[in-house]
Write a protein that binds this ligand. Structure first.
Ligand SMILES: Cc1cc2nc3c(=O)[nH]c(=O)nc-3n(C[C@H](O)[C@H](O)[C@H](O)COP(=O)(O)OP(=O)(O)OC[C@H]3O[C@@H](n4cnc5c(N)ncnc54)[C@H](O)[C@@H]3O)c2cc1C
Length: 404
């Protein structure tokens, strides 16, 4: 049975994109109901908060927009209409003051998502937004109504407009499993296959390295791959390498592995010391010290860094100071596979912009789309949430324009 009350907009998906759309819609005086399959809202948002909740980035806007690669120009007007400064002001409006970290990333002072999410949900409830949990969208019935599975049985809803904010396909246990993709494809909307983004990579470590160093941080390193570079920290995981500096290059690394089976990443273990300076340090008399103690003292390498150097160049490292310095500044590590979607922070692929008129589905007029379910990808650094919020606002504004 279709619900009798008149509903202006159904927002399906209670993550950051959907909740932001609901906020903008209710702010415009429309009646709004959110439908979320999980028992609580914003599970992935809360998970993001466990890593510090990097909301956005403070860098120059042109640089910021460039982070979205091939989707930059599609997203530009939406990011201009809801900028990183707007996002910061919005968080502050919910009682969450923010700060800019040394890398330019923007975080709430609380460093977690729960206080922000609580205040946000309270605001939505005050505005009368209906929050329907455990309501799984299953498609449309023959009358064109939205259909949901709920604990009380099937439910049909006929809103004047719909916003889909169903998320991507990473970390499916948090709610977004990409099950919407075949449903929209069946309506003629092009959906690019999901691929892991911001993900770790497999390395064939020796057993010795894995046993000794799995879980060890690699601090302040520089990575380069085919002309692109990143700086920051990584982690030597049992299966390979992960962490922010790796994620920054993960799209290019993933594509190369898909095309060629492997990718050769170069690691500079001492990016703040020039080759000349390092050679000079390693030219001092070594005395009777073992190579490991010498590398620790002269080059300030940690045990995991020395282990990684040996994994990269073989156990017998060069002896000549200049060759040893060069080996430290360019340690090649071969990556042979990307971790799966279940371990990826985000995903590439999703609903093609070609299937849309603005953010409205060409195949289903009156249905708008927002968030990570769209086909864009970006590195970590706050770019993911910023685009989810900005597309949520843009989808809401497009729906408001249509309904008025
Ligand atoms: C470990 C981790 C750390 C992260 N850290 C950061 C960070 O610090 N900064 C950053 O910018 N980004 C971060 N992200 C990414 C960010 O959380 C996501 O990009 C963002 O949550 C996507 O928002 P969304 O609203 O598009 O989708 P989601 O947050 O995935 O929300 C979609 C919602 O739709 C619901 N849904 C799906 N299908 C249905 C259905 N059929 N019926 C009803 N409901 C449905 C899902 O249950 C889900 O709640 C992180 C992600 C992970 C996994």
């Amino acid at each position: 049975m279709t619900d009798p009350q008149v509903l202006d907009v159904a927002v399906i998906g209670g993550g950051p994109a959907g909740l932001m759309a609901a906020e903008a819609l209710s702010g415009a005086g429309l009646s709004v109901a959110v439908f979320e399959r999980m028992p609580t809202l914003g599970r992935k948002f809360l998970m993001a908060g466990r890593g510090g909740l990097n909301l956005t980035h403070s860098e120059d806007f042109e640089r910021f927009v460039g982070r979205y690669g091939g989707a930059s120009e599609r997203l530009r007007p939406m990011l201009q209409a809801f900028t990183p400064a707007d996002l910061t002001a919005w968080a502050q409006g919910l009682g969450q003051a923010t700060f800019v970290g040394t890398s330019g990333r923007v975080f709430p002072k609380a460093l977690k998502a729960s206080p922000l999410l609580r205040a946000w949900i309270a605001r939505l409830e005050e505005r009368g937004v209906g929050l329907n949990l455990r309501s799984t969208w299953t498609g449309w019935n023959t009358a064109g109504d939205l259909t949901f599975d709920t604990p009380d049985g099937p439910r049909a809803v006929r809103p004047r407009a719909t916003i889909l904010a169903l998320g991507g396909a990473s970390w499916a246990r948090l709610g977004s499993d990409g099950a919407w993709a075949p449903r929209l494809a069946a309506r003629g909307a092009a959906v690019a296959p999901f691929r892991p983004a911001n993900v770790g990579f497999t390395v064939a470590w020796t057993e010795m390295f894995r046993e000794r160093f799995a879980g060890s941080p690699l601090k302040n390193i520089a990575l380069s791959f085919e002309g692109a570079g990143s700086r920051g920290d990584a982690l030597a995981a049992g299966y390979g390498l992960e962490g922010g500096a790796v994620y920054a290059l993960s799209a290019a690394l993933r594509d190369a592995i898909e095309a060629r089976g492997s990718a050769r990443l170069e690691i500079d273990l001492r990016p703040d010391v020039s080759l000349g300076q390092l050679t000079a340090r390693l030219s001092r008399p070594r005395g009777g010290q073992s190579l490991s103690s010498w590398l620790r003292k002269a080059a300030h390498l940690s045990p995991v860094e020395i282990g990684l150097l040996r994994e990269a160049h073989g156990v017998a490292l060069p002896v000549a100071p200049d060759a040893l310095a060069a080996a430290i500044k360019a340690a090649p590590i071969v990556l042979t596979g990307a971790q799966g979607l279940e371990r990826a922070i985000s995903c590439a692929g999703g609903l093609s912009f070609e299937a849309l008129d603005g953010l409205e589905l060409k195949a289903a007029p009156g249905v708008f789309v927002a968030g990570e379910m769209l086909d864009w990808e970006a590195p970590t650094g706050g770019y993911l949430l910023q685009a989810c919020f900005a597309t949520g606002v843009a989808a809401a504004r497009a729906a408001i324009a249509k309904l008025s």
